[in-house]
Design a binder for this molecule. Structure first.
Ligand code: AMP
Ligand code: GLY
Length: 425
């Protein structure tokens, strides 16, 4: 099979790594890919949002399966355009991708499907939104409706913060069109966890839980990032409970979309808050998480390619999706300054030495090859990922490997998986 993988992050390197291991894979292209994916297939310089160019490439190269890594191409209709061209796409239609592309859409669908989520109101004008926050208890959560690269959410502890966030989104248009509509939500408390499932439109295969670390600093301090590390499974949502929780937060959404005539194909990702009243959905994503994908892929024992094909052909058998019980941990090495401005083009060394450690895989996120030299090309540079017999062993291995890698300005959180290891049940 000829496969085109869309995207360029650590998630895509982890997917390319699994896809390359499949005996079904003949040619693998990655658009646009990174310094790591270049070793597993052929990088093609097409932006992940250039839908016509992606479809043209797939047609011209007899691609059998397109795998969408990030959300942007899906929201823009990649799966729909490929369907018209008769090419299978692992990833949902533009309609279903609104689950991630519009928070108001997601909330409405959750309400209709009876899925537990925070109470909310939607506003398209500033004055009524300001009046609402003045009447409701703090803290409250202000969210830009559209895609804002993880930056469109403010948990406001004071009225001044809430008003400032609303003005920034709705009057100053800090997130452009994404903030023209705003969701104001009740704040939930608890531990966050990611629960993902593969879906063929009807059936789901629930994956083991994972936990991301969104803040840049140790102890969950500092600004939000794309994710500084992840581990799986997360003891806050053990394997024995994952199926039951999925029945509450994923199955009803899959059924609802199907009933609306828009079956969901691909990965449905529920960002959950494990509250005292049970799991509640903070958000849906319509793709693998990044970095969550990296600890999940090293645990996946099954061949990913036939599973993705089965999802596209409405023939998913959840029993075909098997994971090792061994936990995994992924530590992101980032560029000094991230999530703000950072330098690029700095030489990276030590990856081969790090990858020699047992059960360790170094996934590239923001890297590129410049005349044979691997250099930094993004804020999140590498995802150092390891398996262990225990979560503590996986963590120790990931940090041992991280310590062997060097580039100027490299930094990483020192407490990835700490919460999982030290959790008191
Ligand atoms: P979202 O993109 O909706 O997942 O929001 C990003 C982050 O904001 C989440 O990972 C949570 O840390 C936080 N957050 C979102 N919604 C809420 C809520 N209702 N209560 C508390 N924290 C929230
Ligand atoms: N790691 C969070 C996300 O992929 O959205």
């Amino acid at each position: 099979m000829n496969i085109l993988l869309v995207g360029s992050g650590g998630r895509e390197h982890a997917l390319a790594w699994k896809i390359r291991q499949s005996p079904l894979t003949s040619q693998l292209w990655i658009a646009p890919g990174n310094g790591g994916t270049a070793a597993l297939g052929t990088n093609v310089p097409i932006a992940d949002t250039d839908i016509p160019a992606l479809v043209r490439f797939a047609r011209e190269h007899a691609v059998d399966l397109v795998v969408a890594g990030p959300e942007a191409p899906l929201v823009l209709g990649l799966a729909d355009a490929l369907a018209q061209a008769g090419i299978a796409c692992f990833g949902p239609s533009a309609f279903a991708a609104q689950l991630e592309g519009s928070k108001a859409f997601a909330k409405t669908m959750m309400q209709e499907a009876g899925i537990p989520t925070a109470a909310f109101a939607v506003f398209e004008e500033l004055e009524p939104a300001l009046a609402y926050v003045r009447k409701h208890p703090l803290p409250m959560v202000i969210k830009a409706d559209g895609l804002a690269a993880g930056k469109g959410v403010v948990v406001a502890a004071t009225l001044a913060e809430a008003e400032a966030a609303l003005r920034q989104m709705m009057a100053e248009k800090a997130f452009g069109a994404a903030g023209e509509r705003v969701i104001i939500e009740e704040a939930l408390t608890g531990e966050e966890v990611s629960l993902l499932a593969l879906c063929d439109g009807e059936r789901i295969a629930v994956l083991p839980s994972a936990q991301d670390h969104k803040r840049v600093g140790d102890g969950d301090t500092g600004p939000n990032t794309g994710g500084m590390g992840a581990y799986s499974p997360a003891p806050v949502l053990p394997d024995a409970q994952a199926a039951t929780v999925a029945e509450q937060v994923i199955t009803p959404m899959v059924r609802h979309l199907n009933a609306l005539g828009h079956p969901f194909v691909g990965v449905i990702y529920a960002g959950l808050m494990m509250t005292a009243a049970g799991p509640m959905v903070l958000e849906y994503n319509v793709r693998f998480g990044d970095p969550e994908c990296q600890p999940l892929m090293v645990r996946l024992e099954s061949d990913l390619v036939p599973i993705m094909l089965a999802c596209c052909r409405a023939g998913l058998d959840p029993r075909d999706v098997r994971f090792t019980s061994r936990p995994s941990c992924c530590v992101v090495l980032a560029s000094q300054g991230y999530p703000g401005a950072y330098r690029k083009g700095l030489p990276i060394s030590g990856i081969e030495e790090a990858a020699q450690l047992p059960d360790t895989v170094i996934f590239h996120a923001g890297t590129s090859l410049q005349g044979g030299q691997l250099v930094t090309a993004g804020g999140r540079v590498l995802g150092v990922t390891a398996l262990g017999d225990t979560l503590a062993e996986a963590q120790a291995r990931a940090y041992a490997a991280a310590g062997r890698i060097h580039f100027e300005g490299c930094f990483f959180r020192k407490d990835i998986a700490h919460k999982g290891i030290h959790r008191t049940p």
